[in-house]
Design a protein around this ligand. Sequence first.
Ligand code: CAA
Length: 258
Amino acid sequence: MAFVEFEAKDQIGILTINRPEALNALNDQVISQLDKVLDSIDLNTVRCVIVTGAGTKAFVAGADIAQMSGLTKKEGESFGKLGNDVFRKLETLPIPTIAAVNGFALGGGCELSMSCDIRLASETAVFGQPEVGLGITPGFGGTQRMARLVGMGKAKELIYTARNIKAPEALEIGLVQAVYPAEELMAQTEKMALRIAGNAPIAVRACKKAINDGLQVDIEKGAAIEEGLFGSCFETKDQKNAMSAFVEKRKHDPFVNC
Ligand code: CAA
């Protein structure tokens, strides 16, 4: 059973969590398949990945509550580690990722979206971390990434109250970058992904790494990380192509990823 599907087209990949009968809830099988799919992405051809959920109702409605209900303390910790490891793999995928949030993004679903670089939502999207209402904490990075994305006060408010928010509020607090009518979400997300894919891939990857790694250290170390990555772009074919085209006042050739 393919709980996670991956399709590559025109230099972009579309990764779909496909368990609509349970609103794409994440059980251990889904998470393990996600892990394998992430490992299988051809980073030489795919330049941007869109993550979405199957069906029209949910992105992902959370970790699988039925599966979690009988876990022991030790098993709970292992399940958290499984989710955290895979979501960290997604977060550190060398190429950009965009979550196309097409419905409920609750608990592990909100956390999955926050492990992507950018979040675009449909007008029907609902975000939240309902875990404290279930007697647990967020377990796939919600306590860590929410505060980094929307600030500590707002993250604490949302996590302590377990209040769900609709797309306009998610936009207002900066959790998502844009909201579209449901029927336009994928087209708009693909448009953004293609625009990213049209830029110099080595430079785009370096930007992702510089931002992600730089946010974990002080500004001096962050600047040094940027310098190294900035330097690494020079002498690439794409840098020579783009800069010589600018100097010669012509359009550059398509980027070749080397
Ligand atoms: N786990 C397991 N099954 C789930 C699920 C979940 N998180 N979310 C939905 N489902 C299942 C339902 O059990 C139901 O299955 P059956 O048809 O077999 O009964 C099916 O999906 C459809 O769901 P509903 O009938 O509940 O649909 P609804 O429209 O009435 O409600 C909803 C939609 C508000 C999203 C509701 O399903 C819901 O509240 N889901 C749980 C959301 C949640 O609490 N998520 C957080 C989980 S904890 C977590 O994620 C921890 C972590 O950080 C890792």
